[in-house]
Design a protein. Structure first.
Length: 130
């Protein structure tokens, strides 16, 4: 009987956008209630609200790559179109740009990691062996 109930749980639909939305909010992708992180980027081993195993979702370097891709296309590329970037002194442009980019990346990375984990939740990846 317990095998049948596990199969029923595995057959429940997991909408991709639900996982992304809950992850963006730093919430458990399974229930949307429990916290996803116990630190800046450290994922809780299990959801405090529903007990879902959050350690099963290995995000690895995916969130960092997506963050670089998004920031590069949405922030850096448009900034390069403004003449002030090319005309101003590098002693001003470099520290201001690095400060801005560092702040944006640090603010966006946990959200992208949450969305990444939410996406993994929806597609039910095979357990990692190793």
């Amino acid at each position: 009987m317990s095998g049948m109930s596990q199969a029923h749980v595995d057959a429940e639909p997991r909408p991709f956008m639900t996982g992304l939305s809950r992850g963006l909010k730093h919430r458990c992708p399974n229930c949307g209630e429990g916290k996803l992180y116990k630190g800046y980027l450290k994922v809780e081993p299990a959801c405090a609200a529903c007990g879902h195993d959050l350690s099963a979702y290995r995000a690895d370097d995916g969130p960092a790559y997506f963050t670089i891709l998004l920031i590069g296309h949405l922030l850096i590329a448009p900034i390069l179109l403004f003449p002030i970037i090319w005309e101003a002194s590098p002693w001003i442009v470099v520290p201001v740009s690095l400060t801005l980019l560092t702040t944006v990346v640090l603010a966006v990375l946990p959200r992208i990691k949450g969305a990444f984990i939410g996406g993994l939740w929806s597609i039910r990846p095979a357990p990692a062996h190793g």
